[in-house]
Design a protein around this ligand. Sequence first.
Ligand code: ADP
Length: 966
Amino acid sequence: MRDQSISIAQRISGPFKWFVALAFFVVFLIVFLGYSFFQALSENQLESRNEFLAKQVEFASRDIQKTFRSMDQDMVFFVENLEAWTYERTSNEQLAFEKRARRIFNNHRNLVDSIIVVFPNHVLSFHFDKGNNFVRTFHSGLEEIPLNHGNEIRFKSQKNNLQIITKVNTNRFLSSELSNFYLGASAEKLVYIDGKLLGFSEMNLSPGFILDDLSLEKITNDIREGIKGEYEGEFNNSLTGKNYRAVIHQYPFDFHPFDKDFAVIFIQDKKLITSGIYVTYISLFSGLLLLLIFVIAILFQFNRNTQVANKILSQKADEINELFRRQTFLLQESKGFIYFQDAKGEMTSVGKEVEGVLGYQQKEFIKNFKDKISPNYIQELNLLIDESIKNLKEVIAFEFEIQKKNGDWIRVKIFEKLLYDEKGAFLGNVGILTDIQEKYLAEQELIKSENRLRAVLKSLPDIIFIYNNSGIFLDYYIQDQSVLFSPAPESLGKSILEVLPTPLNTHFMGFFEKTVQTGKIQTAEFEIMTKLGKKMFETRLFKLDDDRVMSIARDITGQKLWEKGLKDAIKAADQANKAKSEFLANMSHEIRTPLNGLLGIIGLFENTPLTKDQKDFIQIIKDSGDSLSKIINDILDYSKIEAGMMELKMSVFHFKDEIQKIIKVFSGLSIKKDIELTYQYEGLIPTFIELDKEKIDQILYNLIGNALKFTPQGGKIHVLITGEPFLESNIILHFDIKDSGIGIPKDKLQILARPFVQVDGSNTREFTGTGLGLAISKNFIELMGGELKVDSEENVGSTFSFNILGKIFTKESLIISVKSFAGNTPDLDWKNMAAKYPLKILLVEDNAINLQFMQMLMNQLGYDIEIAKDGYEAIEKVEKSPLDLIFMDIQMPRLNGLKATQIIRKKAGGEAFKIVGLSANAFQEDIAEALASGMNEYLTKPVKIPEIAKVIQSCFFELKKTKGVI
Ligand code: ADP
């Protein structure tokens, strides 16, 4: 559109500029022509005026001269015809003489004042008096008559001595003569008489007219020469005070016998010659110019109007073109065409788009269109048209099926405008037919899918409501209406706030409004008291479309109950598990305590003189005790794992030495069972590795132990350890324990590592065990970042593999670790302990067996110890006698070891003792608790002699260091 308007503006501004330029040019041309024409005209005027003046001056001059001459001739004739006796002879003659005088007088009245006839004897004069009477006067002599010798002309007779003297008035004569000429108001009539200028004014000649010297000189010269002339000069009329540049015309004449220079001079104000024409011309020209400007302005306006009109026209044309283009486009896009029908329903014309829409030629369609309409609709259509015409309806729309040229039937829609005359008679119609086949099919599909949706919604067990955006119920799909507050049909048209009870309604409305505002699905749970009791509903609210919201409510009462039951069950299981762990821990403690005493005493018993049989029996008791101890340890380990309390205790150790030690442990058994136990290293195995040594040991003891257990006599066991450096200072250690044993059935492989699982679970089973070894090993391996894998074939053998990540020790760090490693293994001569490390020791123990064992143990070490049976006794002992070291049982009646330690530590000097806790509880938190109460160390029962010895030794060195003396 923008481009278009620019182009229109450009179209206008081009000619417009030219038009203005042309207008200016025309005005200029006209002014120029007007001026030139004026110039020519005024010159012409001047010329013709000059001509006129020249002629007039000549006429005047000639007239004057002629009249004067005739008077002269008359006088000459008069005088020549006079006789001396004329007047004396007869009265008739006298009369004739007088008549003649009178006639001359009459002829030259303006010139002649009086005529004096000089007879020899008398003088006779004639003149007219004031009353215009002709008066004749006799004079005795000429002397009587006053003569001034200026204005008389004397005529003397040639034949006698008679004389006539004529008194003339030249002034009157000339002015009378000049009065015959009319030159116009702007001209002056002058008479030149011997260098003087006399002007004609009121039938008289008067002075007061001055010409510039130069002109006057020229004129004087010309007159003297007797030449007429035309001049230009400055003229001043002192009578009127006018002063102007004048054109001057002069014509000399002769007044003989007056010997003077005479001329008639006509003077005309030069300006005034043209001023008349100037004013007329200017006003005419101005008028014309104004007319021209007016015409140009009108033309201009007309042009502008035309341009504006053109512009509007062009815009309108563009708009119409655009409209046509759009209409065509619209028709093409909407697959439609326009048609016209007359009052009879015959088609008069149809748009060419018909071919694109239906495939028919225009003419063909006009002729046969009625046959193409599906017969199913004809009647309905005709009825509609008839009804509409009857009711003077202006527009109608109708859908029907029509057959295309190619035979296809399509759905079309017509939209017709019906036309009527003023009287309401139907004139015909104009209509648009559009192909709506695709839309129709889509609609049909939508209806089908809506029906399907409806069917689905109807079959859903949920409670479905549809609302408008204000929360008014519009529709519902509900199977079981028994849970509703009121029958669903009654809620239609009502709002949520009306239908639902308070406070549920406001609560629900809150979610509803949020759904409308955010357009996001909202989920809410509601507890509702229904006729059937309390029920839980989960409701989802979402926008169905722009105007509607749908809620789907589902009865989740059952689900909730189930969830609650599950939660309770989990809680119960957790509690049971905890109880199990606690039970395991307690049981192991309870078993450990007597076992501790048993093994301790056996240990002591070994050192007494015994017979061979006794020694054998003791060995059996010891072995049984050890395996019982192992079982308890396993159970304890497992319950620790279960409780998530197992932690890694890292230490640096000589890897190959440790492996060798483990293999050595099993060598006795392997020889006994005639099993070939071999081991091998591959890859890079560093000398020192940082790992949880005890756990590695335990894993290997379990796996190699199992291999030995489940491999029959003459079998083979091979342990392969592969090292693979990883990153800078790490190593992946891969272990394979391969046996040629009984193998494991495939279906048992998966569950093997579960606790308490044994392949042969029968009472009559051949192999002993708890079924915990693999479970513990698997957990340890996973704790160290590895994985346990089992590969086995029944009656062929099994391979247990795992890999773990360790840390390689460099040479520098190795020195330190080797030192600490060496320092960590005390090699004590515990039989002379008391002599070497003299200390005052208190044993706090409530259990009689343990007490006995500890007493015996301490005696063997050479110490005489103090004894307390509970916490209170311990405190008493501390107060009474000086002590260095206290072995304190944790679980005791009255006051337990932890509390007793706290009290002792608070007493004066209570800091000085070394307190070592003793307990069958080996959980980490037990140790932590003991240390927190103020104990220095913690030993788990059954206590081993080397452990006790080590504690005593370090206590001695520490006290020596702090106290200096012992
Ligand atoms: P235990 O050996 O104390 O019964 P384990 O957890 O160590 O418990 O082993 C569980 C079971 O896995 C064993 O009872 C045995 O049936 C099977 N098993 C373990 N190692 C082997 C092996 N090397 N060859 C065959 N069976 C094995």
